[in-house]
Design a protein around this ligand. Structure first.
Ligand code: NAP
Length: 329
């Protein structure tokens, strides 16, 4: 009697409960599960050897070395994220290994969070909460902790993809009849008509926008796109929000611009590095709000992402087209 060899899968973190139970219920795969935080590089290189499928996270650097170490039997890499800047598409493409990702299901959660950050920055939420906690709330005052409101303002969205559009739709009602939305990107987006948004050059956007939201994919072209020269051109009252990737912003330049009072308020879901040290210079500015990469962090969204990542993985193991497969250029 021949023994059927089960495909081996490496899962680099624990999934939300329902999805974790689902992946553990498959008796036709051998699951190698890293349970303790971020898998150290050495363990990743050790455990990936001989696997047929890899279910990874944005915290895993899946580069040429990892793919090469995995071996020729590797059939699929499935990341539980829409961004895939942590995966070497060149290494996968050259071996014809498909890459699965999770577009769409996280759009609502991330767009909700973008709105939260815009309002938090505009209304000085961090300072307000600190005042309550520190006993600095002495009295109501007509002049204390005055923020700015969105009525009649110009919102500039850099990267008008799924999340950019979702954020624009949510912010539109805040703007009143004289507010407007502009976006910068590589292509004109038909769907921008839904929110009356106009495409403008990046240089125009950063000069004219009262609120700049970064919702662009991280590529070699967009890495460090927001640097000191760009900050210098922005309005001094600008609210800058980043929900894309930390590396979109040149962070030392951001600190420089903040130290010269060049920016109104900044709210970041993503930073360089992650986690950001509590002693990081950026956190010393009271007009900077940082949250720990919570964009897609709802139970519903993370469960949906994990299930898509599993579906992509299973399809790849069988040699089928993945339900959500990255198109390599
Ligand atoms: P998407 O629909 O692919 O949108 C990405 C957009 O980036 C596209 O519209 C693209 O414009 C634009 N872009 C690419 N290069 C550009 C450039 N040089 N200048 C301006 N725009 C450029 O992806 P999505 O689902 O909206 O996600 C966007 C990003 O958000 C992801 O890549 C990920 O990094 C990040 N994200 C963060 C979180 C979080 O937890 N904070 C969660 C999910 C996603 P064109 O179409 O014109 O090329």
């Amino acid at each position: 009697m021949s023994v059927q060899i089960k495909p081996r899968i490496l899962l680099t973190k624990t999934l939300p409960l329902a999805a974790q139970k689902r992946i553990e219920s498959f008796d036709k795969i051998e699951l190698i599960h890293w349970k303790d935080g971020v898998i150290p590089r050495g363990e990743l290189l050790n455990l990936v050897k001989g696997v047929d499928g890899l279910l990874c996270m944005i915290t895993d650097e899946i580069d040429e070395e990892v793919i090469e170490t995995a071996g020729n039997q590797l059939k699929v890499v499935s990341t539980m994220s829409v961004g895939y800047d942590h995966v070497s598409t060149a290494a996968l493409k050259s071996r014809s290994i498909p890459l699965g990702y999770t577009p769409g299901v996280l759009t609502d959660a991330v767009a909700d969070l973008a709105v939260l950050l815009v309002l938090a920055a505009a209304r000085r939420l961090r300072e307000g909460i600190s005042a309550v906690l520190n006993g600095d709330w002495i009295t109501w005052s007509p002049t204390w902790l005055l923020g700015s409101q969105l009525t009649d303002k110009t919102i500039g969205i850099v990267g008008f993809g799924r999340i950019g559009l979702g954020t624009a739709k949510r912010l539109k009602p805040f703007l009143g009849s004289n507010g407007k939305i502009v976006y910068a990107g590589r292509t004109v987006k038909k769907e921008a008509e839904e929110v009356d948004a106009k495409k403008v050059e990046f240089d125009v956007l950063i000069k004219e926008a009262d609120v700049v939201i970064i919702s662009c994919s991280l590529t070699e072209e967009t890495r460090g796109m927001f640097n000191y020269e760009v900050f210098k051109k922005m309005k001094r009252s600008v609210i800058l929000v980043n929900i894309a990737r930390g590396s979109m912003i040149n962070q030392p330049d951001l600190v420089h611009a903040l130290s010269e009072n060049r920016l109104g308020a900044v709210a970041l879901d993503v930073t360089t590095p992650e986690p950001l040290s509590p002693n990081d210079e950026l956190l010393k500015f009271k007009n900077v709000t940082v949250i720990p990469h919570l964009g897609s962090a709802t139970l519903e969204t993370r469960t949906a992402m994990a299930n898509i990542a599993i579906d992509n993985l299973l399809a790849g193991i069988k040699g089928e087209k993945l339900p959500y497969q990255v198109e390599f250029n």
